[in-house]
Design a protein around this ligand. Structure first.
Ligand SMILES: NC(=O)c1ccc[n+]([C@@H]2O[C@H](COP(=O)([O-])OP(=O)(O)OC[C@H]3O[C@@H](n4cnc5c(N)ncnc54)[C@H](OP(=O)(O)O)[C@@H]3O)[C@@H](O)[C@H]2O)c1
Length: 223
């Protein structure tokens, strides 16, 4: 499987590249607006995995080149750039690909973080679904995982990720890829219409972490 992580130079992209690189044989393409930056990050991720005694297949490329030939395209960019990023790579997307969105729109005030539900589409995941060319499914996943927890390879993850989407096969594929990461369990959260409930958990987790010293890098385990 070939996984393109657009904006894979950022926090959650790094975490998922490291975990897939360490725990699977998938080819990971770290995408960036700047291909040189992407290659530098890919080299650093391979080195991190080597330090853990593993070998990985991680390369870097521009976001557009990363998408070419990918099976799965993860939109690991801030929510406000999801639309623009899809538009940039749209010409390279094809119907046999699955697009994945972990994006969560939030605002912050003195009380903490708050979910900002996108008015037009209802969720960042739905924005991704609407922006992808017809026939290419978008799936929401990895919203409630802390990048710090993912990137600390000495930490056992021991968390769940809720996967939402309308395409059954696409959702199954993303669930499988998530389950392949050790300590991560993927749970079917139903249709794309349920994405706001999943995205809305993220600010709750951050607020709990901010207000409870021993609860850094929180995740969710459904029991
Ligand atoms: N961080 C977390 O713990 C976490 C947890 C759950 C979900 N998420 C979601 O995951 C997504 C990525 O989060 P993150 O924390 O990894 O973000 P981030 O580190 O702030 O940014 C990720 C990457 O986005 C790219 N980027 C920045 N500005 C851009 C622009 N104007 N246009 C296109 N790309 C741009 C950058 O890559 P290049 O400069 O290399 O192009 C950057 O490295 C967000 O939507 C967030 O809501 C994050």
């Amino acid at each position: 499987m070939r996984i393109a992580i657009l904006g894979g130079t950022g926090d959650i992209g790094e975490g998922l590249a490291l975990r897939w690189g360490l725990d699977t044989d998938h080819k990971i393409i770290v995408g960036s607006r700047d291909p040189q930056k992407a290659r530098q990050h890919a080299t650093a991720y391979r080195e991190r995995i080597r330090e853990q005694g593993g070998e990985s297949d991680i390369a870097g490329a521009s976001n557009i080149d990363a998408v070419g030939g990918a099976d799965v395209v993860l939109l690991s960019v801030p929510p406000e750039y999801v639309l623009e990023t899809i538009e940039t790579v749209a010409g390279s997307l094809s119907e046999d690909m699955v697009v994945v969105s972990p994006a969560v729109s939030m605002s912050r005030d003195d009380s903490g973080f708050h979910y900002e539900q996108p008015e037009s589409s209802g969720s960042a995941t739905a924005i991704a679904e609407e922006a992808t060319p017809d026939g290419i499914p978008a799936v929401g996943a990895f919203h409630n995982i802390s990048a710090d927890r993912l990137t600390n390879l000495d930490t056992e993850l021991d968390v769940d990720t809720v996967v939402v989407g309308d395409g059954k096969e696409a959702k199954y594929l993303v669930k499988k890829l998530a389950d392949e990461i050790k300590g991560l369990r993927a749970i079917d959260g139903g249709d794309l219409a349920n994405a706001p409930e999943v995205e809305g958990v993220t600010p709750l987790l951050i607020n709990i972490a901010m207000n409870n010293e021993e609860m850094n890098h929180l995740g969710v385990r459904f029991q």
